[in-house]
Ligand binder design. Structure first.
Ligand SMILES: [Zn+2]
Length: 89
């Protein structure tokens, strides 16, 4: 089993985490004006890169959300950083 580093709790088993999306995949603005195709792309299309990947994860034990940089080939986690509200970074 792989271990992921939570920035708040430290290394924990991967089963305690939930993938929350690609970093930078922003929600479309204009709720009523957005086409079904745009919503579908936002919700279901992911980058799935080969190699370095920047993703958003949630640790289900502490419920904190953070970014994780990892290599999808080697499974090496390069960093995990807390997501802070704007102005607190
Ligand atoms: Zn945690």
């Amino acid at each position: 089993m792989q271990t992921f580093p939570c920035p708040f709790c430290g290394p924990r088993p991967e089963t305690e985490f939930h993938f929350a999306g690609d970093l930078g995949n922003l929600r479309p603005e204009g709720f009523l004006e957005v086409s079904p195709e745009t919503w579908s792309s936002y919700l279901f299309s992911h980058n799935n890169p080969r190699g370095e990947s920047k993703e958003i994860w949630k640790h289900l034990t502490c419920m904190e959300v953070f970014t994780m940089n990892r290599d999808t080939l080697s499974h090496i986690v390069n960093s995990s950083t807390a997501l802070l509200p704007e102005g607190e970074a």
